[in-house]
Design a protein around this ligand. Sequence first.
Ligand code: RNT
Ligand code: ZN
Length: 417
Amino acid sequence: MNINERFQLAKKDYEKLGIDVDHALEKLSKVKISIHCWQGDDITGFEVEERSLSGGIDVTGNYPGKARNPEELRKDLEKALSLIPGKHKVNLHAIYAETDGEAVDRDEIEPKHFQNWVEWAKKMGLGLDFNPTLFSHPKAEEATLSHSDEDIRTFWIEHCKRSRKIGEYFGKELGQPCLTNIWIPDGFKDIPSDRLTPRKRLKDSLDKIFEEEIDEKYNIDSVESKLFGIGVESYTVGSHEFYMNYAAKNNKIYLLDAGHFHPTEVISDKIPSMLLFNDKVALHVSRPVRWDSDHVITFDDELQEIAKEIVRNDALDRVIIGLDFFDASINRVAAWVLGTRNMIKALLFALLMPNGELKKLQEEGDFTKRLVLMEELKSYPFGDIWNYYCNINNVPIQDEWYSIVKKYEEEELSKRK
Ligand code: RNT
Ligand code: ZN
């Protein structure tokens, strides 16, 4: 049997449950995932001055072939994108500016430094998202937007203001809004003697950053909370409650990163609550293993739950899905492809559930049938639908993409020293 025949058969199984498979595929094809550029070079960026990664985050591994410049990073992204079904967005950080060998500090970045990215995005039919980079910099050693030194705060405020202008530029050029997301590493290793003052300063810095109104047709802003990082174990200024309240009061988008909560706490459960009180919520889908380790996302329970909360609450256009993982111990192109395909796969899995029926069973208190159905669905011929979806999107099915990555590794990545 070929892919189409298997699809037709599988479709009948799902139709018995009242699921419109074609409609599900149609919906899926409209979803844009924001693919983070930093998986390709271990969050190094292209700044002229070499700076090591800081901010309490860490990339481990030294798999050969890391992208060393913009051309290589875009080439690797093109390879990855050619193996991922659908049209998506690429998420950049300020450190990916191209300054032609000129040292441009973070408070001096301008749209022109991202012109190559914009041209590339146009050529590729991609959208772009953006992040100011408030780490890996001498002025970020102690703190950034919450620093007690006014000059340092001013420096980072300027950086963030400029970042929003770059976001606006992306939006104008590409005809779709850019999400500009602020995350800061500020916090303390040991027990603070004052938790309030740094938060007051962060609030004040954010107010200044957002002073200028920017048309949401072009740029939308989000703020990302965190629980702790390496070296900031006891206190994080930009905590969950801080940003959730800030976002609510200031009409900003709150961003949930899957690795930024207590180890047994999951973001899937937070999505419906966010949707009840906000038009939009943003995600950094990641896989924390014992800490915020940013492992490549697998098709695990939590990824499926995240997808289900988006799909069954009819929120595909309200949840902004971004990825945030970085593993340097495996082929980086494979990491992108695997993680992004898993995200899309999880959405498809959720779209192929009889969500109305399952809701009804819960309302009626029929928890036995609810469990039976949810479990049996796990062995429905999902793979045949997924393969068909990959096929109509002209990307390889199953693990066939891996041989293409392997070939790319031999011909391109292994030559980088
Ligand atoms: C750090 C945050 C943040 C970064 C990226 C590189 O814990 O998750 O989103 O991973 O900005
Ligand atoms: Zn994140």
